[in-house]
Design a protein around this ligand. Structure first.
Ligand code: FAD
Ligand code: HEM
Length: 430
C-alpha cells in the first residue's frame, strides 16, 4: 500500500540522521543478520562485508529511494543493476523479509527514541514498496532464465585455461549437461560459485569475454594479488583476492564450477542493429566485456565504427587479438594508454600514449564527438591503474570524471553506459 503524505514526511525527516550514521547501520545490520541467518554467508561476498562496500551500497540505495519516494516510477531503470546482480546470485523473495527485519532494526538502533511506532510503520511501508518493485523485476528475469532451462546454478567443467597475459587467464566453461548454451548480450556476465576457504560458498561475477558460442562460455580472470601500494587505505587491501586466486591455483582444466545464467544491464543491444559509432573505454582487466562487444560487432556489423580506448599499467591483455582486429577492420580504431613504459615498449608504435588515461588527449574524431548518436561504454575495474590510487579516488570517482568530460563535450547522459567490476551504489550517482 502506498505511503500517506504524512508517512513520506516521517521517512524523509529521518534520512539525514540515517545518512550520517551509515557506517553504524551497516555494521549493526550485517553482523546481526548473518548471526541470525548464517546460511546467508553463502550469498554474500565475505570481503565486501568486511570492507563495508555491499552493506553501504544497500543502505545508500534505500535512503536514495526514500528521498525520491514521490517520483518512484523514474527510479525503476536505476534498479536494473541490482536486480540483475540479485538474480545472478539466486536471491529469492523470501530473503527480502529477512533483510527488511534486520535493516529496520538497525535503523531503529541508530535513530533510538526517534524511531516511534509511526516512523517504524512508515519505514516498513517504504522498505516493502521498494522490495516489491525489486521482487517483481527479479521474477521477470528468473522467468526468462527458466524459459531457457537454466533457473538456478548449473554445473560446468573448465575445459581449457589459456593465459592472455601474465596475470589474466581465460577459462573456457563447458556445461556438464552438454546442452546448447543460451545467447547473451555482449557485455553481460555470469557468476561463478565455488566453496570458499571458510566452508561457505563464494560467488564472483565474470564478464563473458567473447562473442556468443553455443558450446562454451569464455571468461577471463585477473589474479587479484591485493594492493601493492603503501598509500592504500588499510592493511587488508594487501590480502590477495579469495576466489580469483583459488581459480588460478586450484581449478585447472577438468575442474567443476557452478555458473549462473548470464545477466547484467551493461551490454550492447545487438537486437536493434544500430550503426551509430561505438566508443569503448576500459582499463586493466576491464578489457573483458569490451572484447566480447568488439568481437560481436566485427563479426556481425563490420561496417560499424568502433574506437577502443584502453589504459593499462602492465601488458595489455588480448593485445595480439586486438592488433589483429585493428589490422583487419578499417572501422576499428584503438588508442592505448600505457603507464610505466619499459625501455622495450614502443611508445607511438605499440602504444599510443605514455600517460594515464586522459580523454582530453584523444582526438575528437576518435571519440566520435561530432556524431549525435555515438554510444559510449565505460568500464573501470576496482583498482584502475590510471587513476590516483589513494583513499579518496576510487573507480566510481574516475568513471564519473570521464563521464563529466564526455558530457562537457555535449554527450547526453543516456548515451553513456557504465560497468563497475565491484559492488556499488551507482544507481543514484551515474
Ligand atoms: C559485473 C562484474 C563483472 C566482472 N568481470 C570480471 C572479469 O571479467 N574479470 C575479472 O578478473 N574480474 C571481474 N570482476 C571482478 C570479480 O568479480 C572479482 O571481484 C575479482 O575476481 C576479485 O575477486 P577475489 O575473490 O579474487 O577477491 P576478493 O576476495 O573479493 O577481494 C577483493 C579485493 O579486496 C581486498 N581485500 C581483501 N580483504 C579486505 C578487507 N578486509 N578490506 C578491504 N579490502 C580487502 C583484496 O586485497 C582484493 O584486492 C567483475 C565484477 C563484476 C561486478
Ligand atoms: C530492498 C532491498 C535490497 C536492496 C535495496 C539491495 C541493494 C543492493 C545493492 C545496491 C547491491 C549492489 C549491486 C551492485 O552494485 O552490484 C546489492 C547486492 C547484493 N545484494 Fe541486495 N539489496 C536488497 C535486498 C537483498 C536481499 C533480500 C538479499 C539476500 C539476502 C540481497 C543480497 C545481495 C547480495 C548477495 C549482493 C551482492 C553482494 C556482493 O557482491 O558483495 N540483497 N544489493
Amino acid at each position: 500500500m502506498a505511503l500517506t503524505y504524512q508517512q513520506t514526511k516521517l521517512v524523509r525527516d529521518t534520512i539525514p540522521a540515517l545518512r550520517e550514521h551509515g557506517e553504524r547501520i551497516t555494521s549493526i545490520f550485517y553482523k546481526n543478520m548473518l548471526r541470525g541467518h548464517p546460511e546467508l554467508h553463502n550469498y554474500f561476498n565475505s570481503v565486501n562485508q568486511k570492507n563495508g562496500r555491499q552493506p553501504r551500497a544497500l543502505t545508500s540505495v534505500i535512503l536514495g529511494f526514500a528521498s525520491n519516494i514521490n517520483n518512484i516510477s523514474e527510479l525503476i531503470p536505476k534498479f536494473e543493476r541490482m536486480c540483475n546482480k540479485h538474480c545472478s546470485l539466486g536471491i529469492k523473495p523470501e530473503h527480502y523479509g529477512i533483510v527488511g527485519e534486520y535493516l529496520l532494526a538497525a535503523f531503529g538502533e541508530v535513530l533510538g527514541p526517534a524511531m516511534t511506532p509511526p516512523v517504524l510503520e512508515a519505514w516498513t511501508k517504504a522498505y516493502w514498496l521498494l522490495a516489491k518493485m525489486l521482487i517483481g523485476r527479479e521474477a521477470q528475469l528468473y522467468k526468462e532464465f527458466s524459459i531457457e532451462g537454466w533457473p538456478a546454478w548449473r554445473k560446468f567443467k573448465i575445459d581449457r585455461v589459456v593465459p592472455e597475459s601474465e596475470d589474466i587467464h581465460s577459462f573456457y566453461l563447458v556445461p556438464q549437461d552438454r546442452r546448447s548454451l543460451p545467447h547473451y548480450l555482449p557485455g553481460q556476465y555470469v557468476s561463478v560459485r565455488i566453496q570458499g576457504p571458510d566452508g561457505f560458498l563464494q560467488s564472483r561475477q565474470y564478464s563473458l569475454s567473447d562473442s556468443y558460442k553455443a558450446g562454451y562460455y569464455r571468461i577471463s580472470i585477473k589474479r587479484d594479488e591485493g594492493a601493492r601500494h603503501s598509500n592504500s587505505v588499510s592493511q587488508s587491501y594487501f590480502n590477495p583476492g579469495v576466489v580469483s586466486n583459488m581459480l588460478f591455483d586450484r581449478f585447472p582444466a577438468g575442474s567443476a564450477v557452478e555458473v549462473s545464467h548470464p545477466a547484467g544491464e551493461f551490454f550492447l543491444d545487438t537486437h536493434n542493429n544500430s550503426m551509430v559509432p561505438l566508443v569503448l573505454i576500459s582499463a586493466g582487466v576491464g578489457v573483458t566485456p569490451m572484447v566480447a562487444i568488439a568481437n560481436t560487432v566485427v563479426e556481425t556489423q563490420p561496417e560499424r565504427a568502433i574506437s577502443w580506448i584502453h589504459g593499462s599499467r602492465n601488458a595489455v591483455p588480448f593485445e595480439d587479438h586486438v592488433a589483429h582486429l585493428r589490422r583487419n577492420n578499417p572501422n576499428f580504431h584503438t588508442k592505448i594508454f600505457k603507464t610505466h613504459l619499459a625501455n622495450t615498449d614502443l611508445a607511438g608504435v605499440t602504444y599510443d600514449y605514455d600517460f594515464r588515461m586522459d580523454l582530453g588527449r584523444v582526438a575528437p574524431e576518435d571519440l566520435h564527438l561530432d556524431h549525435g548518436g555515438t554510444e559510449y561504454c565505460l568500464l573501470l575495474n576496482k583498482d584502475p591503474p590510471l587513476t590516483c590510487i589513494s583513499n579518496i579516488c576510487g573507480p566510481e570517482q574516475f568513471m564519473l570524471e570521464m563521464s563529466d568530460y564526455l558530457k562537457a563535450q555535449g554527450v547526453q547522459a543516456p548515451r553513456l553506459k557504465f560497468e563497475l567490476f565491484s559492488t556499488g551504489d551507482l544507481a543514484f550517482k551515474a
